[in-house]
Design a protein around this ligand. Structure first.
Ligand code: FES
Length: 111
């Protein structure tokens, strides 16, 4: 058995608290799955990561430019829910990898 080191560390700001997340590439398939597991958020990620429901929006607070690039169905879904600011992403389209190191995300509850 290979033991993975938690070498990716970033912050997620929730409704009432801030969470320092420690994880590694491959522990979760995307940021939505991680938030669902580590921080319970009601009705978050209803389409389970298909990029279509728009219930997993997070705001990127201070990170690399690469995290602003939209994936798959993301652009159409974000337009559908009226979110055109590039600082907002669907958490299900944000992969857990080195780019997340030292990033800060805010969960968007009301938009
Ligand atoms: S889980 Fe549905 S858009 Fe992200």
């Amino acid at each position: 058995m290979v033991i993975q080191k938690s070498d990716i560390r970033f912050t997620v700001i929730g409704e009432d608290a801030s969470y320092v997340i420690e994880t590694y590439t491959g522990e979760y398939r995307n940021l939505m799955a991680l938030i669902t597991d580590k921080i319970y958020v009601e009705d978050f990620g209803e389409c389970k990561g298909m990029g279509r429901c728009g219930t997993c929006v997070v705001e990127i607070m201070d990170i690399e430019d690469n995290l602003h690039l939209l994936e798959r169905n993301e652009e159409a879904t974000m337009k559908k829910i009226g979110m055109t600011n590039p600082n907002y992403r669907l958490a299900c389209q944000v992969l857990i990898n080195e780019e997340l190191k030292n990033a800060t995300f805010r969960i968007c509850y009301n938009y």
